[in-house]
Ligand binder design. Structure first.
Ligand SMILES: [Zn+2]
Length: 411
């Protein structure tokens, strides 16, 4: 199918915007982008009437197949494989409907993320494009079920994930506490092995000193990392490490801000439910509260310094965070100190760069994959209008169209 989207207010994903643009789409690619409204023959014209058009959003940290609610969020045994598959299929559709054209799954069991990725790519089910970590690798007692220790076991674990089809390697370096699980030798082994096999490394790390240790070792993306020391931020800047701060999972949805007291209380209960003794659960939760309180300041400082910050809300949670929560993360970024332009870059071109897909995703540019969304409002004026989605296109196919006079198209 060939489309001409005319009269677009183009927000191209690199920080630039311009009114009255035409975007030609041919098959799955952007064929041309130009000013004015001339359309060659053979294109179905869609008049956007000055609406904002931007690249499809990228959610760099999500867990498809999860339907976790407190207090049993760690009880993976309650979710059977068929149940999770059906749920995951629905979730990637919800994600796409919500404007997320690409998501990076940061850890799933039973090969779910690989299965779903391949099903989406084959056209079996409609959904966001999936970049899959497959299973998260952690140490004995760490924050995932796939647990290994020692440098050679780490290398074998990476090879195992790559053989299973992982696009990226995810490791869990701390377990809701500040103690580093892997030592520097293990970290170095996993990073070296992954990079040699052409995979990037994402590290789950809550705070220091595990955070600084991970950055020094050379991980590509830091997941969470709520409370970085100033010297760690300096090092991230120097090394070009991406930060996925997952504000949404820490702070909740837009109008549901957690208080530090409630956060500490909830976390204490979660720790206790997971078998941690009362005293230690309280102590760990108190430490996490300190990080919780410092988080907005650290974020603002990182923005100021020019650290590469990426959207990845770490949803979904059955009871409070929906699958398409990437837009919430964008709004939070603006609340905490980014300009709307910066926040959109974080969710598009910069996120594509973090995933190694910046050669064809994250920007509205000739030759790139035709992933885009159209909004009713201007997100540069009011970032909350990012919720006013009227059209979603992925790979040149329209999956959602709520423009006036729209003809039903799609999968
Ligand atoms: Zn996560």
């Amino acid at each position: 199918m060939a489309y001409a989207l005319i009269n677009a207010f183009l927000i191209d994903g690199t920080g630039n915007s311009e009114p009255n643009k035409t975007i030609l789409i041919n098959e799955n690619r952007i064929e041309d982008v130009y000013s004015g409204q001339q359309v060659p023959d053979g294109y179905q014209t869609i008049d956007l009437e000055g609406r904002a058009l931007l690249p499809g959003l990228i959610d760099a940290h999500i867990h498809i197949g999860h339907s976790r609610s407190e207090p049993d969020r760690m009880r993976y045994d309650r979710f059977t494989e068929p149940k999770v598959s059906l749920l995951a299929a629905r979730q990637v559709w919800e994600s796409l409907w919500g404007g997320v054209t690409t998501l990076r799954d940061m850890g799933a069991r039973h090969g779910q993320s690989i299965t779903i990725r391949d099903a989406v790519n084959a056209g079996t089910i409609p959904g966001s494009r999936v970049v899959a970590a497959n299973e998260s690798i952690t140490f004995t007692g760490g924050h995932a079920s796939y647990q290994v220790d020692g440098p050679w076991a780490m290398r074998a674990a990476v090879r195992h994930q790559v053989r299973a089809g992982a696009d990226v390697i995810k490791i869990g370096q701390s377990n809701d506490a500040n103690y580093p699980g892997f030592n520097p030798v293990e970290l170095e082994a996993v990073i070296d092995e992954a990079h040699r096999l052409g995979r990037r490394v994402a590290v789950h790390v809550d705070k220091e000193p595990a955070l600084g240790m991970s950055v020094r070792a050379g991980v590509d993306t830091v997941e969470h990392g709520f409370y970085p020391y100033p010297e760690t931020l300096e090092l991230m800047l120097e090394k070009g490490t991406y930060w996925v701060p997952t504000i949404t999972i820490n702070r909740g949805m837009r109008h549901d801000e957690h208080t530090p007291e409630r956060y500490e209380q909830n976390l204490t209960e979660v720790f206790k439910t997971n078998g941690i003794g009362d005293h230690q659960a309280r102590r760990r939760a108190a430490e996490m509260r300190e990080a919780f309180e410092a988080f907005p300041k650290c974020f603002a400082q990182a923005v100021e310094m020019g650290i590469k910050i990426i959207t990845g809300p770490d949803g979904p949670r059955a009871d409070r965070v929906p699958m398409d929560c990437a837009r919430n993360e964008v709004v939070k970024f603006v609340d905490w100190g980014m300009s709307p332009e910066q926040a959109i870059v974080s969710a598009t071109s910069l996120a594509a760069e973090a995933l190694g897909l910046d050669h064809e995703l994250g920007v509205i540019r000739k030759g790139y994959l035709a992933d885009l969304i159209v909004l009713d409002g201007d997100p540069l004026e009011d970032i909350e209008t990012i919720d006013s989605i009227r059209l979603v296109m992925k790979d040149g196919c329209i999956y959602r169209n709520e423009l006036q006079g729209a003809t039903e198209e799609g999968f």
